[in-house]
Design a protein around this ligand. Sequence first.
Ligand SMILES: Cc1cc2nc3c(=O)[nH]c(=O)nc-3n(C[C@H](O)[C@H](O)[C@H](O)COP(=O)(O)OP(=O)(O)OC[C@H]3O[C@@H](n4cnc5c(N)ncnc54)[C@H](O)[C@@H]3O)c2cc1C
Length: 467
Amino acid sequence: MSDYRPIQERLQDFQPVELPLVDEVLAWELTRCQDCGVPFCHNVGCPLANAIPEINAAALGGQWDKALALLIATNPFPEFTSRVCPALCEGSCVQGLNEESVPERRIEFQVIERGFAADLLISRPPKRWLNLTAAVIGSGPAGLAAAWALNRLGVQVTVYEKAARPGGFMRYGIPDFKLPKTILDRRVVLMKQDGIIFECGVEVGVDISVRLLRRRHKILILAIGARCQRDLALPGRNLAGVLFATNYLAAQNQLIGGEISDLPAEFNAQGRRVIVLGGGDTGSDCVGTALRQGATAVSQFDILPRPPEARDNDNPWPQWPRILRTSSSQEEGGLRCWNIDTVEFLPAAHNPVVLGTLVGRKVTWDTSGSSFRPVPISGSEFHEEVDLVLLALGFTGVAYGPLLAGLDLQPDLRGLLSTQSGMEGRLAPGLYAVGDAVSGPSLVVRAIASGLVTARTVQVDYGLETI
Ligand SMILES: Cc1cc2nc3c(=O)[nH]c(=O)nc-3n(C[C@H](O)[C@H](O)[C@H](O)COP(=O)(O)OP(=O)(O)OC[C@H]3O[C@@H](n4cnc5c(N)ncnc54)[C@H](O)[C@@H]3O)c2cc1C
């Protein structure tokens, strides 16, 4: 359940689309929490194991500072998750069996934003510093969480980030209308006050050697994401106008963040017909961005079948419901099509190096036995005139480069970093990996959880006291 600003209003800007719960609704929703004896929201749904029933009970009793203390005991960055989390907890809420789940993500928003408004979120540097330094490489949610947790233990942490500003995909992927970057900056200020050093614009392995980093820091944590983009090796892929979605979204985010003063023409959808290939979060963010830039038409093509409206029998509660969802961006306009495969891109009649047409075809799905593969439907080919195609097809793993080469690390068969201990993040003595780099492309909440768990592994490995 969400309330958004009116479509015509929100399409004029990149401000957050979601409205906070009004007080009466909030009070009503808090009473709907059943305080279950076995709270599935907490132990099946939330990767951070947030104490959801207890948080709700405290908020219902007006004890917002207690609710905040409970929330930040397990989640260092609720201001991120309360804006972008798909709310896995809500998928396993007992109320969701028969009606709407308790809107926990929006309750979390109230808890954290009331905390910030009351100045309760202040810098808390460690009581004492250890003679132990750690380098966190990458400043997405996984790196930030690991840095935050190690700092709490008194470890001297430096975060190295190759982009100009910290945040990973939270800054350069997710648009402001979901997560304003001021929210990210507010947290980074606190982390700096806590004593964490941020070295941005530094690509480890290129701008600083792995050997030097090893000399400077006893502990290395790789939080480099899974950023190798899935491409389409099709005729016409190199035509101007066929772009990776993440590059397109990054440019708009840089513009809003003031890193660039003009949007390069290739990343501007104004007056253009746009097709987004891919039906996930990234694709949906492209739809919202293209509509705001003034695209004349936007379509989103997904090769996968249309999800069911309600849970299938093989997807029972309390599992995450694999059902059709409509994002705020998809609600704003554009056409969504499923079971569509792309065959080739053709140049425009007036210019042979510029995109003019997408050739697609419909597919059906072979689900016999254990197979799940698309089968083209003969005679279903179609031609669609288009000026801009955005490839939002996911990622194939970590980007192999000088950093991994310098550490003598190879991605595994999944294209990811295999840790000796799964989620605990250990790669080798003094070397750890967290977030999407280990799990594959996932979610902000899982990246945060991974950073925290790995910081605990470091704590055990180095026998660090909790201070
Ligand atoms: C467009 C988009 C929308 C999304 N929307 C959502 C959403 O709504 N909700 C949700 O939960 N999740 C969403 N996700 C997924 C989520 O953003 C990721 O799962 C999460 O950011 C992964 O965190 P991470 O810290 O592992 O990696 P990343 O966020 O990818 O950060 C990795 C960082 O490492 C840096 N780096 C890499 N190599 C080096 C090096 N050698 N030296 C220095 N720095 C380096 C990179 O520059 C980057 O900043 C979205 C992802 C995308 C792309």
